[in-house]
Design a binder for this molecule. Structure first.
Ligand SMILES: [Zn+2]
Length: 178
């Protein structure tokens, strides 16, 4: 228990140091962006194969970069304790501890479960420049990340409910689906 406390303290200190840097939040975001667009994913399927394992809504979001309508997703106003997994491949993406009510109509998190579990890419569609969030395991589109989130990161991962599957804490002791 003591170990966990001192780790938390270290994380808080590190977060404080990051914020104290003169870096703008734009620079902070861009440091996560991967330039390797030819990244190979652990889980690959053809569109036909994805259609067989995903619902039409999941396919539209994950494989066609669709966005669910604001305030319609099942995890928007949902704050149970547990974790959120990729609906495509089962990779663990977010935990309820980092979820907050952004009021924007989609589930919002200030940090991913592990930075390596998500991939950030520049998205220039719809006349905007945004940072797209993808699952690092299957390349599925999850949503976008913005720099107007709460402390400690100042980031807002705005994620489609349809890209996620929630599992409550009581199921977390079981082996994670890969
Ligand atoms: Zn995935």
């Amino acid at each position: 228990m003591k170990k966990i406390k001192s780790l938390n303290l270290l994380l808080l200190l590190l977060a404080g140091m990051t914020q104290a840097c003169s870096q703008t939040s734009d620079q902070r975001l861009s440091s996560f962006v991967t330039n390797d667009t030819a990244m190979k994913y652990q889980v690959t399927r053809t569109d036909d194969e994805w259609r067989q394992v995903l619902t039409p809504v999941q396919f539209r979001i994950l494989r066609e970069k669709g966005t669910e309508r604001a305030f319609t997703g099942e995890y928007d106003e949902f704050f149970e304790r547990g974790a959120y997994y990729c609906a495509g491949c089962g990779q663990k993406l977010f935990e309820s501890d980092t979820k907050f009510n952004s009021g924007c109509g989609w589930p919002a998190f200030f940090a991913p479960y592990l930075e390596d579990n998500v991939q950030i890419q520049i998205d220039r569609s719809h006349g905007m420049v945004r940072s797209e969030v993808l699952c690092a395991s299957c390349g599925g589109h999850l949503g976008h990340v913005f720099d107007d989130g709460p402390p400690p990161t100042g980031l807002r991962y705005c994620i489609n409910s349809g890209a996620l599957v929630f599992k409550p804490d009581t199921l977390l002791g079981q082996p994670e689906k890969r």
